[in-house]
Ligand binder design. Structure first.
Ligand code: TYD
Length: 219
C-alpha cells in the first residue's frame, strides 16, 4: 500500500519510556501553541476516542488484564489505534491541523514487538494495517537511561491510587525499550529527533520549539 497523501496537517508523535517526562513536554507544547494561536489537537494512545479510551481501561484494569495473552494485548492496542486514526487523527490532518499524539505505533513496535518478543516485523505489519500506513511527520523521542526513568516513574506511581501493570517491569525490560527506540530512531532519521530527557524541563521545551520552528518550519 502506498503512503496516503492525506497529510495536509502535520503529525507529531512523542515516544519514550515511562518516566521520561513525555507528558509534561506534550502539555508545554500545547500551551505554547495556544499562546501562538496555532490550531492543533492533542491526543494519546492507547486512547484518544471514547471507544479507544474504553480499550485503554481494559488494558490498564489489573483485575482483567492478568489473563490477556501477549497477542490479545497487542491486538487491543491495534484496535484502539485503528479507531483513533479513523475517527480522530486522519480527519484532523485533513482539516490541516497539527496533531500531537502522546505515543503511537512505534510504542507497539517497541513494547509488543521487541520487549515482549512478538516480533518487530509482525507488529510493524499490524501497525501498517491499523493505520493505513499513516506515519508521523515528526517523532520526538524522549531518551533517558532506565534507572533515572524508573525512579521518576515510581515517584509518580506512589502518588497515584492504582499501580498499573505497565510500570511493573524490571530494569532489563526498560533497557530493551530504550535500545529498541534508539534503533527505530536510527532507522527513520528524517522523522526522528532524539531529546536528552534528563535535561531541564525548560531546556527540553525550547529544543522542541526549535525543532518545530527552525527545522520543520511549522510556524
Ligand atoms: P501511560 O499511562 O499512557 O504511560 P506513559 O506516560 O508512559 O505513556 O501507559 C501507556 C503504556 O502502554 C506504556 O507503558 C506503554 C504501553 N504501550 C504499549 O505497550 N503499546 C502501545 O502500542 C502503546 C500505545 C502503549
Amino acid at each position: 500500500m502506498k503512503k496516503q497523501n492525506i497529510n495536509k496537517g502535520f503529525f507529531i508523535t512523542f515516544e519514550g519510556p515511562e518516566g521520561s517526562g513525555k507528558s509534561t513536554q506534550v502539555k508545554l507544547l500545547a500551551e505554547f501553541l495556544d499562546s501562538e494561536g496555532i490550531s492543533y489537537i492533542l491526543t494519546r494512545e492507547p486512547g484518544g476516542t471514547d471507544f479507544a479510551e474504553k480499550i485503554r481501561g481494559i488494558l490498564k484494569d489489573t483485575s482483567l488484564n492478568k489473563v490477556l495473552s501477549l497477542k490479545t494485548e497487542a491486538l487491543l492496542f491495534q484496535a484502539a489505534r485503528a479507531q483513533h486514526v479513523f475517527e480522530k487523527i486522519k480527519p484532523a490532518l485533513k482539516d490541516g491541523k497539527i496533531v500531537i499524539c502522546d505515543r503511537y505505533a512505534d510504542s507497539s513496535t517497541v513494547y509488543q514487538g521487541e520487549a515482549r518478543g512478538l516480533g518487530k516485523k509482525e507488529i510493524e505489519a499490524l501497525n501498517y494495517f491499523s493505520t493505513d500506513n499513516l506515519n508521523p511527520d515528526l517523532t520526538i523521542l524522549m531518551d533517558i537511561d532506565p534507572e533515572t526513568g524508573l525512579s521518576r516513574a515510581h515517584i509518580r506511581e506512589n502518588c497515584s491510587l492504582e499501580k498499573d501493570r505497565f510500570e511493573e517491569q524490571g530494569l532489563s525490560f526498560h533497557k530493551k525499550i530504550r535500545e529498541a527506540f534508539l534503533r527505530l530512531a536510527s532507522e527513520h532519521p528524517s522523522r526522528y529527533r532524539i531529546i536528552n530527557a534528563s535535561d531541564e524541563v525548560s531546556v527540553i521545551h525550547n529544543k522542541i520549539i526549535h525543532i518545530l520552528r527552525d527545522e520543520f518550519k511549522l510556524f
